[in-house]
Design a protein around this ligand. Structure first.
Ligand code: GAL
Length: 650
């Protein structure tokens, strides 16, 4: 019998909501006597050119004389592209071999092409063990002057930091929930994720391989010096070596993983103990994998005062925040390679707007300055003009990264709001305001700023909503791309044409409110590219459900994320709607969670009802193990309800 106990009673042990219990999948593997050792196979792609690529395979096994190692490489449609059989000659063998792939298809975030490498151990012609793994053929370089290039092509790392919680679902790993997060980020043009500040679930890395994200795989948020009373520093001495080794062994075959981070804002950066520990950790990593650079996310940006930097153990200098030092980076860190491991920490509440927008605010203003601004809604305006004092707005940060080639890229804090760290508000605020996307998965407006900059698709996004008091002056902002100009109209009357100037990332107009229709048109060479309208909404009249997925696997785990919108009688979203919506389900499925993106709601995540927040809430439906139709119903007093039918298949 195996018994596993979790004792999480010593609190606090994390700076954010970490989850508790066994929140990752655990496998018990039984082996034949002849087998591949755990994590003993390392696959790299050391030589790549247009006509061929070398896949290098190094594998450790317990096998005997006469056994055979059979290596097969399949392409994406399952066709064999290379095969090799190697006799095993001694016990405890380790075999290293090269396999040549002709006309290789390369892996990149845009085209995440995956080969499948299958290793089989044959004993007396029968396969007694196998190890199969996705293999991406790619090469990359960080250069102190040119920044980052992948497969020989210069590109910016357009990344976000992510904690592992899945909002209303908590920390327990769920593949469809992670996939939904990654889809939203992909659509925004994000190409990289930093797994702040711990190793991710292996399922997350599988998805990054398949969907095309570069991953900065991070090990620690603290070393021997604590950040919270009972955090990992208590286990540091006994466990750090083993834990770091396990992480590198486990994750090193993922093509998505491209940087190892040995720590985030580690306190040892401020004293000489940082030197020896950084060297020790970098050596542990390099002994297992010397194909990827090692970094550490540093918050002390003065090289003379930073002992982790002075250790010389970092291949990449990772700076958190401090955009003010970026332009002089090469002066202060001669010949070093740069990555902005963490930036921004701007604050927004979806759907909440303070106008005018002519100032940038820091909330709070400093570490010793009590936070007295704010409002009774515990909200922060969704115009991108508020950041924590150590951070900067999204636009200010991206402008500087964009400007210099040697700045290889950034990881914005954060892709999604997460549970914990509700800066700048105290309780009852309980989740963060940093996300580009709220905790329920609804994009905040700044999502479209990134989309306009990070993708090639035409973008046109207008904010805020159009329900104000007569005569009020409202700043109207627009993000646009793939167009030369935009023109704004109120009730059919043009309010002027605007064009982004210099490094502008949005245009804006102060507009005297008058109810009706605000319309924006983007044009290129005089031709209309896109049109968007926002209508002044009337009273809440009906609910509309829309599911991200209508067909679910009947595996008891698949999820459909259903967006619940409160609309007026004409179908306009009601921007201040807070109606309480009740849900019921017919068929083999259950409610996995509800949410609405509010950062200070005390409503339960596990419930069959939720209040709307700025017109929206979310219902997460989980499949059962039987196939068939699932009918999801919603109702609310005074509103016309709505139903949607999903189906579960095998
Ligand atoms: C950083 C830290 C993150 C998070 C963030 C909030 O300094 O690395 O974990 O706390 O601040 O802005």
């Amino acid at each position: 019998m195996i018994s596993v106990k979790v004792d999480n009673s010593d609190q606090p042990n994390s700076r954010w909501y970490s989850g508790s219990g066994i929140y990752r999948n655990v496998w018990l593997t039984t082996e034949n006597r002849t087998h591949f050792t755990q994590w003993g196979t390392f696959i790299t792609t050391p030589k790549i050119d247009v006509s061929s690529a070398t896949i290098h395979i190094n594998t450790k096994m317990i096998a005997g004389n006469g056994d055979l190692l059979k290596i097969t490489i399949y392409d994406e449609i399952g066709k064999i592209v290379a095969e090799k059989i190697i006799p095993v000659t001694k016990v405890d063998d380790s075999i290293a071999t090269d396999i040549i792939i002709k006309n290789p298809k390369l892996w990149s975030p845009e085209h995440p092409y995956l080969y499948r490498t299958s290793l089989r151990l044959l004993s007396e012609n029968a396969a007694v063990d196998n190890y199969t793994v996705n293999t991406g053929i790619r090469s990359f370089v960080f250069d102190s002057k040119e920044g980052f290039s992948l497969n020989g092509i210069h590109m910016k790392i357009k990344g976000v930091c992510m904690h592992h919680d899945l909002g209303a679902l908590g920390a327990a790993v769920n593949v469809s929930a992670i996939e939904r997060q990654l889809k939203l980020l992909k659509d925004m043009g994000c190409n990289a994720i930093r797994t702040s500040h711990n190793p991710p679930a292996p399922e997350f890395l599988d998805l990054c391989d398949k969907m095309g994200f570069l991953v900065m795989d991070e090990a620690f948020d603290m070393w021997a010096k604590k950040k919270s009373k009972h955090d990992y520093h208590e286990d540091w001495a006994k466990w750090h070596e083993q834990d770091l080794k396990d992480q590198i062994f486990r994750d090193r075959n993922h093509p998505s993983v491209f940087i190892w981070s040995i720590g985030n804002e580690i306190r040892e950066q401020f004293d000489s103990t940082g030197i020896s520990i950084a060297r020790e950790l970098a050596k542990i990593v390099k002994d297992i994998d010397n194909t990827r650079p090692v970094t550490s996310a540093l918050s002390e940006s003065d090289p003379k005062k930073n002992f982790i930097y002075q250790s010389g153990a970092l291949d990449l200098v990772g700076l958190n925040y401090h955009t003010e030092v970026y332009s002089d980076f090469l002066k202060n860190y001669p010949n070093q390679k740069f990555i902005a491991t963490e930036t921004t920490s701007a604050l927004e509440t979806r759907g909440f707007y303070d106008t005018p927008t002519d100032t940038t605010r820091h909330w709070p203003q400093g570490s010793k300055i009590p936070f007295t601004q704010g409002n009774k809604q515990f909200a922060v305006t969704a115009y991108d003009n508020v950041a924590a004092y150590w951070g900067a707005t999204h636009e200010a940060t991206w402008k500087i990264i964009k400007k210099y080639d040697f700045l290889s890229g950034l990881f914005v804090w954060t892709g999604f709001d997460y549970i914990g760290e509700p800066t700048p508000y105290p309780w009852p605020a309980r989740s963060s305001y940093f996300g580009i996307i709220d905790i329920a998965g609804f994009p905040k407006d700044v999502y479209y700023m990134y989309q306009s900059e990070w993708t090639n698709k035409p973008v046109l996004h207008l904010l805020p909503h159009w329900n104000w008091n007569a005569g009020q002056t409202i700043d109207v902002w627009a993000y646009y791309s793939q167009a030369d100009e935009v023109e704004l109209y109120l009730n059919g009357k043009s309010l002027g044409i605007k064009r982004k100037q210099g490094d502008d990332l949005h245009v804006s107009w102060p507009i005297r409110f008058e109810s009706g229709i605000l319309k924006i048109v983007s044009r290129k060479n005089g031709r209309i590219v896109l049109t968007k309208e926002i209508h002044t909404a009337g009273a809440p009249a009906k609910i509309i459900l829309s599911a991200d997925k209508r067909i679910l696997q009947a595996n008891g785990k698949d999820l459909s994320f259903i967006k619940v919108s409160v609309l007026d009688k004409d179908g306009n979203i009601v921007p201040d709607a807070e109606n309480l919506i009740k849900f019921s389900i017919e068929g083999h499925a259950s409610i996995a969670g509800v949410d609405n993106g509010s950062q200070s709601s005390m409503e339960r995540f596990k419930a069959d009802h939720r209040k709307a927040f700025h017109g929206l809430c979310l219902l997460i439906v989980q499949s059962g193990k039987r196939k068939g139709n699932i009918i999801v119903n919603s109702q609310s007093v005074g509103l016309a309800g709505n139903s949607i039918t999903l189906s579960a298949i095998n």
